[in-house]
Design a protein around this ligand. Structure first.
Ligand SMILES: Cc1cc2nc3c(=O)[nH]c(=O)nc-3n(C[C@H](O)[C@H](O)[C@H](O)COP(=O)(O)OP(=O)(O)OC[C@H]3O[C@@H](n4cnc5c(N)ncnc54)[C@H](O)[C@@H]3O)c2cc1C
Length: 385
């Protein structure tokens, strides 16, 4: 039987393991150092899905994944247990002032050419559709009409794990630290407890912590742990049909039941490895709340119910996932560095990684090959939230 060892049991590793086991009958071992997944990005994700990217590869990956999410209860059922992912599709709404209008129109042209169901709305059309939105300073909005929204990401992660196990994969609790190699082949993963795990193919799917394992193979993976805060807000305001709104300055918000989730990009240095328990409440008071209240006057009245932070696994080279064979290695692969859009892409990436490892074609992830690091060919994603 074809044996594959996947390092990292987050949503990328679990999805890859599931498709390898189900579609190719591979014997998959997943090496995960923290079976509680407490700090994994997959546990701390906002789990939203969009088609409004600047790169066609990201539109295609999200489109494929959306189809999978819609059928996930069937695809990932284990006996009678059908996972419920709570997928809703209210869209994303990108807002632009006059300064941002050309970029929004350029992105729109690429998206329409790729078949994305998206519409440009004037300030008057925005006000008519979303009466709770302040539009005076806006020039344009771009609204996803279908295929965009959010779902329960940790439930998807759990469902991939359970279904992978049901298909024969085994998870072991260990921390990978290096490799035994022979020529351009990896023979085994070495773990901190002294154990060695062999296999015919190896996948680095260790999210924000992928660089040290890349270094162990002489491949510099430019993936860094960048903290992002998410604020959970209670408000008496009702925002009917609220999409995920991205303000011109990068602040974003969406509903979650009767609550609002909100956040934004870092205002200063985007430093590596900031502690996850250090939520920036000062930034919320000084910038985020005033920004939200200016865009939605009803949000003047709100309470911070709670907050959490997680790491984006930021690919500092071009803000896109690295998915494919590692340059210089015959049997080493990676799926990492998805820069804050990996949850939504995990079905398509897992499916494609499994195909690639099994020697099939994997056109959906061709553009994400790590070879582009060696070639100095960045594939820059402009729409990183
Ligand atoms: C606040 C926030 C909001 C987000 N919002 C969205 C969104 O709206 N939409 C979207 O698509 N994506 C979003 N993301 C991004 C998404 O969550 C990630 O892209 C995705 O979860 C990455 O999955 P992963 O499996 O690569 O990494 P992880 O989930 O981090 O998994 C990596 C695993 O590897 C393990 N590991 C690390 N090193 C080792 C080692 N040496 N040995 C063994 N195990 C190891 C870790 O313990 C971890 O469990 C968001 C992320 C955050 C933090």
């Amino acid at each position: 039987m074809f044996e594959v060892t996947v390092i990292g049991g987050g949503v990328m590793g679990a999805a890859t393991a599931f498709f390898l086991a189900r579609d190719f009958g591979a014997a998959v071992t997943i090496v995960e150092r923290d079976p509680s997944y407490a700090r994994a990005s997959s546990s701390l994700s906002l789990s939203s899905i969009r088609q409004q990217f600047s790169q066609p590869v990201n539109m295609a990956l999200s489109r494929w994944s959306l189809g999978f999410l819609r059928r996930a209860a069937d695809e990932l059922a284990v006996a009678d247990d059908r996972p419920s992912l709570g997928l809703v599709e209210p869209g994303y709404l990108y807002l632009a002032t006059a300064a941002g209008e050309p970029a929004l129109r350029d992105a729109h042209a690429v998206q329409v050419a790729e078949g994305v169901d998206v519409a440009l709305l004037s300030p008057a059309a925005l006000a008519a559709r979303f009466p709770w939105l302040a539009v005076d300073d806006l020039a344009l909005g771009s609204l996803g009409l279908s295929g965009e929204g959010w779902f329960d990401g940790p439930a998807l992660h759990r469902a991939f794990r359970r279904k992978a196990i049901a298909c024969g994969a085994r998870f072991i609790a260990a921390e990978a630290v290096g490799f035994d190699t022979a020529g351009d082949h990896i023979a085994a993963v070495r773990c901190t407890d002294g154990s060695r795990i062999g296999g015919e193919a190896f996948v680095i799917a260790t999210g924000a912590w992928s660089a040290p394992l890349g270094d162990a193979l002489g491949v510099a993976l430019p993936v860094r742990a960048r903290k992002r805060d998410v604020f959970v807000l209670a408000t008496p305001a009702a925002l009917p049909d609220c999409p995920l709104v991205i303000d011109p300055g990068g602040a974003w918000f969406r509903t979650e039941g009767s609550l609002i989730l909100a956040g934004g990009p870092p205002r200063g240095d985007d430093a590596d490895d900031l502690p996850l328990d250090d939520i920036d409440h000062g930034l919320f008071d000084a910038w985020l709340w005033p920004t939200l209240a200016a865009r939605v006057p009803a949000l003047e009245a709100l309470r911070v119910r709670s907050a959490w932070a997680g790491y984006y696994e930021m690919n500092t080279f071009d803000h896109n996932g690295l998915a494919g064979r590692l340059p210089g290695w015959a049997n080493a692969f990676t799926a990492c560095g998805f820069s804050g859009h990996g949850m939504q892409q995990s079905p398509a990436v897992g499916w494609s990684m499994a195909r690639l490892i099994a020697g099939r074609d994997a056109p959906l992830i061709e553009a994400l090959t790590p070879q582009r690091l060696r070639d100095g060919r960045p594939l820059r994603e402009a729409n990183v939230i």
